[in-house]
Design a protein around this ligand. Structure first.
Ligand code: FEO
Length: 399
């Protein structure tokens, strides 16, 4: 663990977790993650913004000791989840006079999970400030940019915005700043899909506030610091927008190639019509890739074999994930092969009640797809194309 200076008196003192492969035992982390903690030193007081994942506490405390910080007066808890709050007791032990600065909701979530005495907290309201002498911290309470307790901290004079989970990325890198654009956006988009997408409506309210602040840097608590905030703000504008893109995602599972052959045929017909298509094999695919593809997609085509009267069980978990992530999908349909009967289209629809999508007629085929079934897939490709044309026309009309 190291300390890296953003500007004089403001340093990143968190940890890089190169090897972590799952978050919350749910979210795959192909690039590991970081738990960022920031030290802000004013002329009179010193603050630590967010702390550390419990498993890295010993390393974190050793780092703080090595830095020989004479006093830490405030521990700012932007969020109660333990990857940011888990080391608060150890920091309080090291700096017995420090107060934990946060909102009421966050205090409750922290004390529900961690043993921190109530009198160690300094509770703030939205827009409250605390002075560090020549530096000021301003708190912006922004519920639901992950949990209901979340808030942002603005370092006013230096115009740095500490956003905790918001704008984060599970991206273990030695780069302090988000200079590697491709990797940064890939990991930030995946993170948005898995963590933030269900809270898209809330972010729509907060983004104009962040734009008004026009921070010089955005320092989240996962991933590199944005020293050019436009990179992530532009991406978020697209991701949270109500307008999806002309993109079709096809999660699929097939037992004897009958369904997968239908997928291959439909993929080609959609490409011919100028649509972006992302097929996703639910049996061995990384669910993070599926989530990421749903961020901007207009259309979801579920392709599944029928098994014992229902959709193949391997697609059920993936569809449950799609449901809880609440993507902005506008059109939903089903294709697949069955043996002697199927009503999987209705069952698949019932698995995703959160989707506000228009349901298009399915193409379900007994056994292998023959010529008339392929004509049905042509019909579906046309309908998906027409629906997406309609979307484009609406977007143009709205501009
Ligand atoms: Fe990075 Fe919601 O915790």
């Amino acid at each position: 663990m190291i300390a890296r200076e953003l500007i004089p008196g403001v340093s990143a003192v968190g940890a890089i977790d190169w090897d972590r492969r799952y978050f919350d035992e749910l979210v795959p982390l192909p690039h590991g993650t970081t738990y960022n903690s920031y030290l802000v030193q004013g002329s009179e007081k010193t603050a630590l913004i967010d702390t550390m994942y419990p498993a890295r506490t010993a390393e974190y405390i050793a780092n703080l000791k090595r830095l020989n910080i004479p006093h830490i007066d405030y521990i700012i808890a932007n969020h109660g989840e333990q990857d940011h709050s888990g080391s608060i007791p150890a920091v309080l032990e090291l700096y017995p006079n420090a107060r934990v600065v946060t909102n009421k909701f966050c205090r409750k979530l922290i004390t529900d999970a961690i043993d921190v005495a109530a009198d160690r907290f300094l509770i703030i309201e939205n827009e409250d400030i605390i002075s560090l002498g020549d530096r000021t911290l301003r708190f912006l309470i922004t519920p639901w940019v992950h949990w209901p307790d979340t808030m942002l901290t603005h370092l006013v004079e230096d115009n740095i915005l500490f956003t905790c989970d918001l704008f984060g990325a599970h991206n273990a890198t030695s780069d302090l700043y988000a200079t590697e654009v491709g990797r940064t956006l890939e990991s930030a988009r995946r993170y948005y899909a898995e963590i933030m997408m269900p809270f898209r409506r809330h972010i729509q309210k907060y983004l104009p506030m962040v734009e008004k602040i026009a921070p010089r840097m955005i320092a989240a608590s996962h991933g590199p610091v944005y020293n050019r905030p436009a990179l992530i703000l532009d991406a978020y504008r697209l991701w949270i927008s109500d307008e999806p893109l002309r993109e079709v995602v096809i999660p699929h599972v097939s037992m004897y190639s009958n369904t997968s052959n239908m997928v291959l045929y439909l993929v080609d017909r959609l490409i011919e019509r100028g649509l972006k298509v992302t097929p996703f094999n639910v049996v061995d695919g990384d669910l993070g890739d599926l989530a990421s593809s749903l961020v901007t997609a207009s259309t979801l085509v579920v392709a599944a074999s029928t098994v014992l009267g229902g959709p193949h069980p391997s697609c059920v978990g993936a569809l449950n994930l799609a449901n809880i992530l609440k993507p902005k999908t506008r059109f939903l349909t089903t294709i697949g092969s069955y043996g002697w009967g199927s009503d999987i289209a209705k069952k698949i629809q019932a698995l995703m009640p959160n989707l506000e999508a228009r349901v298009l007629p399915p193409v379900l085929v007994k056994g292998r797809a023959i010529e008339e079934d392929l004509k049905e897939l042509d019909r579906l490709a046309n309908e998906i194309y027409e629906c997406n044309e309609e979307l484009t026309a609406q977007s143009v009309a709205a501009v």
